[in-house]
Design a protein around this ligand. Structure first.
Ligand code: IMP
Length: 441
């Protein structure tokens, strides 16, 4: 049976998963989005035209593939409809869209709760995208969430009425008002029923769909949302998102099982970025961080926020590989970082009090505070290699860097990105990379 390949973000998100999925989707029959909501954002460039997708899998651009929104996703129907509209306006067919009947719905009260909770946390805020994800997942866990399929079985109205009463009480405590949250429940309910009715033709049992496809020998790609260290269990809690971004979330968010999985592609940049609060050991402050942010256009696709910038951290990468079972690395933004005279990569940490070298990734904030990164330095290059299409066309400096990552992690680098366009992903799968350097993390 054909195995399912998975694409996960190896660090804090924005690693360029969309471009990778878009590339893999050329050969795929189905691409599934398994978690998250419109807090995620993928920018895809096709023939020089940019598309920002927040909910619909990038494979929608491939007319031969199905684009499935799995049961683990939380859907803001208004946003999804806007996305559909933009695609249609650009003559991109959405006939291949499928939405799980078990995906939960984000309502305006979730967005309001998200904003309010961040305000109440003050200095301890998470820096969420304020799209209502956390509260929608909280309702799911509290077993009061409303799912896309509730429309189909006619329980939508009753569930919404019950929820709204409780939400009003919650907001009244904090004396919050929101024009979007109309007091007229009937109007509100009708509005959302209207949205979801428009989506009804796409709603189905996606678990059945996926397993039938596997039996028929179809190729499925799972597109992870956010990334490993934003995972609710394995990330830098509490500065994380509200679900599992690692491989476990892919399985539960799609209904696939462990035996179905083949390749797990871990996507990273040749440096790291992070949006929102939370520890970031290799963070680069000051002018250099600003320079890399500009070179890499590191501003949030969803919120436009400037991303924090740091060097690549191989200790953290090793943790990410173990958590996800990453079989192949995909390294993006080589073209960006090699414009600098020197590129650093963290290969271990040093405990500043004991001088001891640490090679385990620690999620404990107090540990993070006492560790400093130990860096390897690599030479940058003046050569513009953004048009390179093969390994041999990459500058020697870049090859040395790739060799170190491969040897430091023991995982092959299967693709590298030298620019945002579909054609700027170089396939290295057949390439035996340099074995001269002996480095083990
Ligand atoms: P939430 O997912 O909106 O609840 O935000 C929780 C944390 O995840 C915050 O630090 C966000 O900045 C971060 N986050 C959520 N979505 C993304 C993303 O697509 N890229 C990078 N960070 C994200």
């Amino acid at each position: 049976m054909e195995k399912v390949d998975v694409v996960v973000g190896a660090f804090f998100g924005d690693e360029g998963k969309g471009q990778v999925v878009d590339w893999l989707a050329q050969e795929a029959d189905i691409v599934v989005r398994c978690q998250g909501g419109n807090n995620a954002g993928h920018t895809i460039v096709v023939n020089g035209k940019k598309f920002a997708l927040h909910l619909i899998p990038s494979s929608i651009l491939n007319p031969k593939a199905l684009a499935v929104i799995g049961n683990g996703v939380v859907i803001n129907p208004k946003v999804l409809l806007e996305e559909i509209k933009i695609l249609k306006e650009n003559n991109i067919s959405i006939n291949g869209l499928r939405i799980s009947k078990d995906a939960h719905v984000i309502f305006p009260y979730h967005i309001m709760e998200d904003e309010l909770q961040e305000t109440l946390k003050g200095n301890n805020k998470i820096g969420t995208t304020k799209k209502g994800n956390g509260p929608a997942y909280a309702d799911k866990i509290n077993r009061i969430g409303i799912r896309m399929g509730d429309l189909l079985d006619g329980t939508f109205n009753k569930k919404l009425m019950e929820n709204m009463e409780n939400k009003y009480k919650f907001f009244e405590i904090y004396n919050q008002q929101n024009p979007d949250l109309v007091k007229d429940l009937a109007v509100f309910s009708d509005q959302y029923l209207g949205y979801i009715k428009k989506l009804e033709p796409y709603v189905c049992d996606t678990v059945e769909l996926l397993h039938t496809a596997i039996e028929e020998g179809k190729k499925i790609i799972c597109e992870g949302a956010q990334a490993t260290f934003l995972d609710i269990d394995h990330g830098t809690y509490p500065y994380v998102t509200s679900y599992n971004c690692t491989i476990g979330g892919i399985l539960s968010g799609s209904g696939l099982n462990a035996h179905n999985i083949g390749k797990v592609y871990g996507v990273l940049k040749a440096y790291t970025s992070r949006v929102g609060e939370g520890p970031f050991l290799t963070e680069i402050s000051g002018d250099l961080g600003d320079q890399i942010r500009e070179l890499g256009h590191e501003y949030g696709t969803t919120t436009g926020r400037p991303r924090r910038i740091g060097w690549l951290d191989l200790v953290a990468l090793k943790r990410s590989i173990n958590l996800n079972g990453i079989t192949d690395l995909i390294i993006n933004h080589l073209d960006t970082i090699f414009k600098l005279p020197t590129v650093y990569v963290c290969c271990a940490y040093r405990d500043i009090y004991t001088g001891k070298e640490i090679r385990n990734y620690s999620l404990v904030a107090s540990d993070m505070k006492r560790y400093e990164p130990i860096y390897l330095a690599f030479k940058g290059t003046d050569v513009d290699f953004s048009n390179a299409t093969t390994y041999d066309e990459l500058p020697e400096e870049v090859k040395i860097f790739l060799t170190c990552v491969k040897l430091g992690t023991d995982i092959p680098v299967s693709f590298v990105g030298v620019g945002p366009d579909r054609g700027q992903l170089i396939d290295l799968r057949q390439k035996e990379i340099d074995k001269r350097i002996n480095l083990k993390i």
